[in-house]
Write a protein that binds this ligand. Structure first.
Ligand code: NDP
Length: 316
């Protein structure tokens, strides 16, 4: 353990649109924010190719380029952007303690948690290959569906997200094939019925993904297997969407903060406040519904404003 303990007014954990937006607001309010980037600097957007739905970029922008711009904007106002991984916290006392890489201890007047959530993937080698190439694998239909308009796509999953995304894709794509691993949906009846009643969605129950097919650059189809008959089928598709759930990156906070059953941090409605004074949350760590860069940025702004008001109220 390092014996030099640093004190900061505002600690921001995470470097997606929520964290950087919080940093821009906190820096401009003289809160001298320190932002730790984590292991995936830039967050989920760095695995997205083109971002076309963030207002202010009429020609679109790549995810990584957008993150560089957000970082530059946060730095311009004095945000101290650092490499490092927050490995432990202690929010039990009047001083909020945060440890970086298990060694450096920092005492914080306020903490803004923007650690995001990670999309779950199947883990198939071919899926990961085309995901990394940006060649047709996505975990966000709202982000990437537009690139597949008038094309055929496959989506895997059977929860509310999969149904919502399949329905969204059905309005853009000529055909959506949905792969459901069991003989029923997990989704609510209303969402499942919406999918069942959409003409250009084909649902294949008891079906698992064997392989994402491609030409080495882009996806060309999906090989699937019926678990009951062992029949293998190749489905033609240019896009493969994975909608099997997200995992919020909140494990280190669960001893101190109220989380829901999936691990999302519970904020006080209409605010970024958590159950601990001085600890705020923004972005996907608290949002399993919208999960968009723009909503993350909006809640990052809220968190910085809530933190500023909290500090002002303590000063008297
Ligand atoms: P869920 O955990 O609800 O569903 C995940 C789905 O993915 C399950 O159907 C599961 O199958 C399937 N799955 C998991 N692993 C695999 C795999 N390896 N291969 C194939 N299929 C797999 O996640 P969601 O993201 O759908 O929803 C999360 C929460 O958010 C839920 O509470 C949901 O209700 C809520 N939500 C609400 C919405 C709304 O109300 N508008 C919209 C979106 C989400 P199986 O069923 O066999 O386990």
């Amino acid at each position: 353990m390092s014996d030099i303990i640093e004190s900061v007014k505002c600690m921001i954990i995470g470097s997606g649109p929520a964290g950087y937006t919080a940093a821009i607001y906190a820096a401009r309010a003289n809160m001298f924010p320190v932002l730790y980037q984590g292991t995936q600097p830039g967050g989920q957007l760095t695995t997205t190719n083109d971002v076309e739905n963030f207002p202010g970029y009429p020609d679109g922008i790549t995810g990584p380029a957008m993150m560089m711009e957000l970082q530059a904007q946060a730095k311009r106002f004095g945000t101290d952007v650092r490499d490092g991984w927050v490995t432990k916290v202690d929010f039990s006392g009047p001083v909020h303690k945060v440890w970086i890489n298990d060694t450096k201890e920092i005492h914080c007047e306020t903490v803004i948690i923007s650690t995001g959530a990670s999309a779950k993937y199947l883990g198939l080698q071919s899926e990961q290959k085309y995901l990394k190439l940006g060649g047709g694998v996505s975990a966000c239909a709202v982000c990437d569906g537009f690139f597949y308009r008038n094309q055929e796509v496959v989506i895997v999953g059977a929860g509310d997200s999969a149904c919502e995304e399949a329905h969204y894709l059905s309005k853009l794509c000529t055909k959506v094939t949905m792969l459901v691993r069991r003989d029923e949906f997990r989704a609510s009846k209303i969402m499942a019925n919406r999918v069942k009643n959409t003409a250009n969605i084909t649902i294949l129950f008891n079906t698992e993904t064997e392989e994402v097919l491609g030409d080495g650059q882009v996806v060309t189809g999906v090989r699937a297997k019926n678990k009951l008959s062992n029949e293998i089928i190749d489905i033609s598709a240019t896009g493969f969407f994975v909608a099997i759930g997200h995992k919020p990156n909140t494990d280190i906070f669960n001893a101190f903060l109220k989380l829901d059953e999936t691990g999302y941090i519970i904020n006080k409605p209409g605010t970024s406040k958590t159950n601990v004074n001085g600890i705020f949350v923004s972005g996907d760590a608290a949002d399993h519904v919208y999960r968009q860069a723009i909503t993350a940025a909006g809640t990052g702004c809220m968190a910085a404003l809530d933190a500023e008001r909290y500090l002002a109220s303590r000063e008297g």
